[in-house]
Design a protein around this ligand. Sequence first.
Ligand code: SF4
Ligand code: SF4
Length: 560
Amino acid sequence: MADSGASFKRRQQPASFGRLHTFHGGLQLPGHCEVTAALPVSSAGIPPILVLPLQQHIGAPAECRVRPGDHVCKGQTIATAPGPISVPVHASSSGTVIAVEKRPVPHPSGLQAECIVIETDGRDSRQQADHAAIDYRHTEPAGLCELIQQAGIVGLGGAGFPTRVKLCNRSQRIELLLINAVECEPYISCDNRLLQERAAEVVEGVRILRHTVQPDVCIIAIEDHMPAAEQALRAALDAVNEPDISVTRVPDIYPSGGERQLIKILTGREVPSQGYPADIGIICQNVGTAAAVYDAVVRRQPLLSRIVTVTGDGVAQPQNMDVLLGTPVSHLIATAGGYTEDVERLLIGGPMMGYTAHTDSVPVIKTSNCVLAVTREEMPAPPPAQPCIRCAKCTDVCPAELLPQQLYWYARSNNYDAAQDYELFDCIECGCCAYVCPSHIPLVQYYRHAKAEIWTQEIQKKVSDTARSRHEAKQQRLARIKQERAERMSRKKQALSGDSGNKDAKQAAIQAALDRVKHKQKLAGTVPKNIDNLTVEQQRLIDAADRRRQQQHPGNKTTD
Ligand code: SF4
Ligand code: SF4
């Protein structure tokens, strides 16, 4: 299983990507993940209740397709994607839908969101129609993209961007497919364990992604402190004789696993501000996403579970767990032996990028990689914030090369335009600035608040723009109808006035026709005899005609 020197050399990064580069700032942090990285992944089992938010990804929330009382099978689609930037949601186990309602969800805002709540039946029964595995080598990339979309796969590294969009919505040729196995945040070891236990599936998932993207080069980047995972990965590549996927170790500096930072390390290139890696010919996917792609294509199973690191001194038995999506955090804590007596705080995510959860009823979602229960000793509450002393320590460590103190100043004064001018949206919320700030200013909280405010304002603007354009369209439609009606009336009037001459002509024609009939009748002798002004001769002729007719048709009566 150990990697041979030859295969290691063969799998060094290709010459086109040369040496490793560095990114600005960053921190060297204690790992705190030795215990969980050494333990096998356990199963969290089936919880009594699953809470599945309609939005577990970036983009539009999925649209619910079930109602309370519906029975659902494992893997059944219970909410569909309403547009291209969205993904469906699947039932992660079988049971009965008991509610579709707002519940607390894992989000820094602490707000509630619409969720489908399933009471599980413990049978974990799947839908009847199981699909056969697909040979990706004989499948068009577009077909694989569709499978990935139907499986509800999003970036499992934490971003939650729909994977199909990343893989398929691009115009540029892809030079590098970069697989991110750099788990740089302290305490978190879910990708580490995934590679140790499912390396072969990850490699197969990477091959499927490579077939989908058709890049020139494919690299798996792994952090220095993950030797067991690296060994498993190399062994899996050797087992399938795959020399065209190289493995590259990157230094153990936080946040080297950030997409932009990792691209900088491996290529020296900068992703443009507010742009995407695809803009510079690179697609980056997490190893967890690669495993999910394997499940979708080979097992024909949608994204139903993920590995979550449940850790911290505040939980009795820290470990990695295979968790059904929708499982409440309280169930994970109970499975891990419960809270310790001195637990102080619960975080969703790691200590740097995570956020405090005010309740452990929040569920695990597609992007949840860590549940961290900490004690006061382990993570003391920060002292009260002091004024900024302009020391610039935050600037020195910012991996996005921003000016955190300026961002703080503008975010605090609600000057969001200026904050955006200072590239607020390039902030990856890594927390390096807040970590080093001697004034203990919760900088990231200010940035998150500012971003949320800007998004809210944009949504409100879009809503009011839509309402205004609808109103304008309605006004235009009414004006058009009015004009058309006026034109119709005018045409009618014209027709009527034009008709008066016609009317006379018509009446004259009718009169002429009547006269002609009268004349014929006179000739035929059927005109009443009391008709005015008959001459004696005419009367005689009529009488003679009458008599003749009587002789020919004796039953017929004359007009007398
Ligand atoms: S580290 Fe803190 S005190 Fe120093 S400049 Fe940045 S925000 Fe101000
Ligand atoms: S949180 Fe944002 S501003 Fe602070 S160091 Fe990270 S990227 Fe820079």
